[in-house]
Design a protein around this ligand. Sequence first.
Ligand SMILES: Nc1ncnc2c1ncn2[C@@H]1O[C@H](COP(=O)(O)OP(=O)(O)OP(=O)(O)O)[C@@H](O)[C@H]1O
Length: 826
Amino acid sequence: MNNEQNTTQNSSKIISKPRIISGVTLIILSIVLTLSFVSYLMNWKADQSQAGTMADKTVESSNLFGKIGDWLGNLFIFESIGVAAFVVAFLFFVFGTLVFKKNYFKPWKTISHSLFFICWTPIFFGAVTNGEGVLGGVYGYQIMDYLKSYIGSVGLWMVLLVSFALYFVLEFNLRPSSIKNKLNDINDNTFGKLKGLMPNSEEEFDADEELEKEIVPEKLVVKETPAKTENDFSNIKVTQEFEPIKTPNQTSFKEEIIEPIKEIIPEPIVLSSTPSEPQKPMVQTPVAKVEDDFAFNVEIKKDEDFPVTSEQQKSDDLVSKHGLYDHKLDLAKFQMPSVELLKDYGNEEITINKDELEENKNRIVGLLKTFNVGISEIKATIGPTVTLYEIVPEAGIRVSAIKKLQDDIALNLSALGIRIIAPMPGKGTIGIEVPRKNPTMVSMRSVVASPKFQSADMDLPIVFGRTISNEVFVADLAKMPHLLMAGATGQGKSVGINAILTSLIYKKHPSELKFVMVDPKKVELSLYSKIERHYLAKLPDTEDAIITDNAKVINTLNSLCIEMDQRYDLLKNAFCKNIKEYNAKFAQRKLNPENGHRYLPYIVLVVDEFADLIMTAGKEVEHPIARLAQLARAIGIHLIVATQRPSVNVITGMIKANFPARIAFRVISGVDSKTILDSPGAEQLVGRGDMLYFNGNDLTRLQCAFVDTPEVERIAEFVGEQKGYPDAYLLPEYSGDEGSSTVGAFDPNEKDQLFEDAARIVISTQQGSTSMLQRQLKLGYNRAGRIMDQLEAAGVVGGFNGAKAREVLISDLGSLERLFDELKGR
Ligand SMILES: Nc1ncnc2c1ncn2[C@@H]1O[C@H](COP(=O)(O)OP(=O)(O)OP(=O)(O)O)[C@@H](O)[C@H]1O
């Protein structure tokens, strides 16, 4: 009471008087009720016989609160809910504390617990006592009786037990795993540690608690003074530590208490027998001992322990019902081409011509001598086209010194078409590549059939040919992620493109890969038109999938940009980082096709003569190409761009920056080689598929595999004759600067926000170029194209003019402002 009053006084500054009064009243009421109930339970038999004698002064009640207490006990306990009446008293107390804004109890939790016990306890005691006594009250007995008559004794008990179990599960959120955890916690309990010491009487229990308090600081002392010596430890008076718990039961305790102390600190004492030795961390010993006594439970959460989202459940159900989505299903019977379709060019084994080897060796050694480069070792590796002579210079000759001579040596050997690599990357040698007199042809058949290619686990595997050590060379286009090919005419570029396309067709199902082919020469890729409905992609409403008209290339490239943007949106909505993740998610049926999701095939854009395209369409082509090259990697669009003319106005800085992987066939000059590879060497190649492959880091000399036109034809026919899709893969429609497109009347309501800015830029620069708008206003191609159309409709610029910029129809900004006013007035 005093405490309560104190509390009340302390908080009276912030709690209003009525609150204090009602809070105190409620708490007093709860105390009165509790005492009345206790007293009633002790005397109910005697007091009940006096029921109804409230007004009679002569009749005395034995209840602590007299007749009122008796009446309260009778009302709440006997006539109502039996011992559950205590819960009512408790609720009064709870409300009292709440009035004082004390949150000892969580109100809703307490009320729900209380309500359960107010309902459940009377029925339970009613059933246990079968109505005898007051434990269940009249209410308890009657409800129990009612239930019993309907569901029988067994049913009644089941209801009681199940409701009790449910209460625990729901109120305490009990699950088997959490029960297990709780049990483990109990195992870990400190009382468990002192299992053997558990006292029997309550007194002993209290003493044990004291012991716990004492042990904890003792442990800390030990931990914090690891350098203690024997003398130090002698200061620890075990008996003193436990002095406060000396009770009448001390003797029995003493034995038991000292035992754990011995267990906890024996080692440090032993250690202290060698005082000079630094003390071992004593912490370890007690920990180890404690572990001996207790089970150490480690719980590893399983997948089932984590909540399964409804989305996941849905996809799991779909997968279990239909299996994973199979993108090949539309062309389930499609047969991949067999190696037999490729021509067997006979023996491809490398023959060693010893005379040739000797002659070359002598020539190299002789030449190096003239430059005072002594050789301590020379090794030859014979490849299909060239033999690599690796030279280890004599001791004292630095590779850097030879490197300086590189150009002189190359000049002297250039007549032979020799390439010098000084030093060989990663080796302390100089490499000299000398062409073989009788090179061995590398057939496409041999490389396609090679285990290396057959087992290549890559997204877009390409088998280029063989390395200088006759090894099959396979690379992943998806990782490059785009490829620039250059080489003088007749050096094997077209064969190289065919080798790439053939590799991909041999490895990829039509549902996984689509080609967009641009062939300004009109004849190089025409063979592939047979596989239009299998492997090609095209713009809607176009007849031929293979694009030979440069004007159409711009539309196709812009359409690819739209496809790229759409794919990025799909990936974003699916929370995927790349096409692989996206397709895997789609296969697992986690993406709903009704939301636009679809299986995304890789798209490979092949441009056979890029120089021609740049010359005719200029920046209109360069920009979408650069944009695709910059962004398309993650969404599975890869570019292969080939050119005969590796000049800087074709292979611009922008193109080069976005094409880290490059191939150079033989070129005319070292300058061309530098343009493609950033280093000379391609001019020393021997042609006929001899090539250098640069992956951004290393330069590798390769002999490109040879695939002849009839072979490509056979493959195309084999694929083309099989059932294909109804049409080629349709790219998104592009309604940009098309020559044929007609631009409607100017609609001020549909005017782009940047319309006026764009018009001012066009007038001040007098250039009607969409790409210029893109650059200046930092717009996407599509939006810039739309603005250009609006400018045309408003009469600012003229119509589409092919590769050239549009004609600007207004000469000065003043006239433009007048036009704006006029447009506003419309
Ligand atoms: N990998 C190769 N192995 C053997 N011979 C080859 C190889 N590549 C090309 N050749 C030979 O070189 C010739 C020209 O090759 P290709 O048609 O590929 O050259 P190109 O660079 O495409 O020429 P252009 O640019 O004029 O079309 C082929 O007909 C073939 O005889």
